[in-house]
Design a protein around this ligand. Structure first.
Ligand SMILES: Cc1cc2nc3c(=O)[nH]c(=O)nc-3n(C[C@H](O)[C@H](O)[C@H](O)COP(=O)(O)OP(=O)(O)OC[C@H]3O[C@@H](n4cnc5c(N)ncnc54)[C@H](O)[C@@H]3O)c2cc1C
Length: 360
């Protein structure tokens, strides 16, 4: 995965979306793979849409892609308004287990496309959207596990781990954030993942699949061990005459106030990573991205400790649901649409805003 800012911008400039709408649901579809950069705040959804607008007078052929970017903004807005750590709209029905099936953790369910995607999660930190839906459906709806622990496991390994998109998608699949649980059978997986498996525990029509008992291969459940490895950084001094800009796991934007003569600190708060652990691979990726910020220093400790250690006059940070305890000057994040009201469904949000981009 690229970590150089200029090379990442090139990915945006070279986006080929000609086949996006038709192919995006296939495991080898031409998706952008921009999510690790958007989730880490290096790119915003707005930057991508602005770039497309600057190159094309009509955005109609990019509507599906921009709609996906808008899903990202939508989940962020929901996160601002709701406690997404609890079942958000209704309780998850028919929960029998808390944890994750052992065969999922060891990528040995016997469903080829699923096992391959889990291995990809461990090896690359990326999983295709449809495979994410399949994996979460097997865990929550076939194995009848509550969504929260599996969502934490997924977030831990994903380079694009974003608690808003992640928790709310798991809740969408498990029916706590949607009107019904999402199921995919073997023929659906075969179609979109180009496999040809038969006689698996998913090889049933939907009427039967939604009523099966937990298959033997999914019955043994484990608690994953998720710990953020601590990282050692060099000590540093700050210039007390200059303002302090705070970057973090969700704000690694090299363009943010880039003209300001300021101290720049990437804050790693242990309490946050205790609650939302991430893998060594995900943390190293974030640290490598942060190296695009000139003269960045890394601080391991709480916000309060940082502001005691360095009593500068002015602190700046970007608004985020996980930053509510920061104090100082808060800048807003970039959004595709200015409006930040809560909508109970994505399509209400989308339909009320899409005209701004010229979509009918
Ligand atoms: C169970 C589950 C967990 C998920 N966890 C995360 C997560 O932790 N972080 C994350 O960024 N996305 C998550 N997603 C959403 C989606 O799978 C990824 O954003 C997408 O696969 C990223 O690949 P891409 O950049 O190639 O997407 P593209 O198809 O190229 O889409 C462009 C961008 O739009 C946004 N986007 C696309 N699809 C979605 C979606 N369904 N929901 C929200 N935003 C979307 C992403 O920012 C993405 O980079 C999750 C989905 C599911 C079903």
């Amino acid at each position: 995965m690229k970590t150089d800012y200029q090379q990442i911008l090139q990915l945006v400039y070279n986006l080929d979306l000609s086949n996006y709408a038709k192919s995006r649901n296939f495991i080898d579809g031409s998706v952008s793979m921009l999510s690790p950069y958007i989730s880490r705040g290096l790119l915003s959804t707005k930057i991508v849409v602005d770039y497309l607008s600057s190159k094309h007078s009509n955005l109609n052929k990019f509507e599906k892609f921009i709609q996906e970017l808008a899903w990202r903004d939508y989940w962020q807005i929901v996160w601002k308004y709701k406690n997404i750590n609890n079942d958000i709209k209704r309780k998850q029905l028919d929960v029998r287990q808390f944890g994750i099936p052992k065969s999922i953790l060891s990528a040995s369910t016997g469903i080829e496309a699923i096992d391959k995607s889990i291995n990809s999660l461990y090896e690359t930190g990326y999983v295709h959207n449809h495979a994410r839906m399949y994996i979460s459906s097997i865990i929550c709806n076939i194995s009848k596990c509550h969504w929260k622990i599996p969502a934490q496991w997924f977030y831990y390994h994903l380079l694009d781990g974003d608690w808003g998109s992640n928790a709310l998608s798991w809740q969408w699949v498990s029916g706590t954030n949607s009107s019904k649980k999402y199921y995919a059978n073997q023929s659906n997986i075969n179609l979109f993942c180009h496999t040809n498996q038969k006689n698996t525990f998913l090889d049933l029509d939907y009427d039967k699949l939604t009523k099966i008992d937990i298959p033997i291969v999914l019955q043994e459940v484990e608690q994953p061990i998720l710990k953020t490895t601590s990282i050692k950084f060099n000590k540093f001094d700050l210039d007390f005459k200059k303002p302090l800009l705070i970057y973090n796991y969700y704000n690694i934007d090299p363009k943010w106030k880039s003209d300001l003569n300021a101290n720049r600190v990437f804050l790693i708060e242990p309490s946050l990573f205790m609650k939302y652990p991430v893998s060594k691979k995900a943390m190293n990726f974030a640290v490598d991205l942060a190296k695009n910020i000139p003269e960045i220093n890394f601080y391991f400790g709480s916000f309060n400790q940082l502001s005691k250690d360095f009593s500068v006059d002015s602190i700046y940070y970007k608004e985020h649901p996980l930053n509510k305890h920061y104090e100082g000057n808060m800048d807003s994040r970039d959004w595709i649409f200015k409006e930040q009201n809560y909508y109970p469904s994505f399509f209400k949000f989308w339909n009320s805003n899409k005209k701004i981009l010229g979509f009918s």
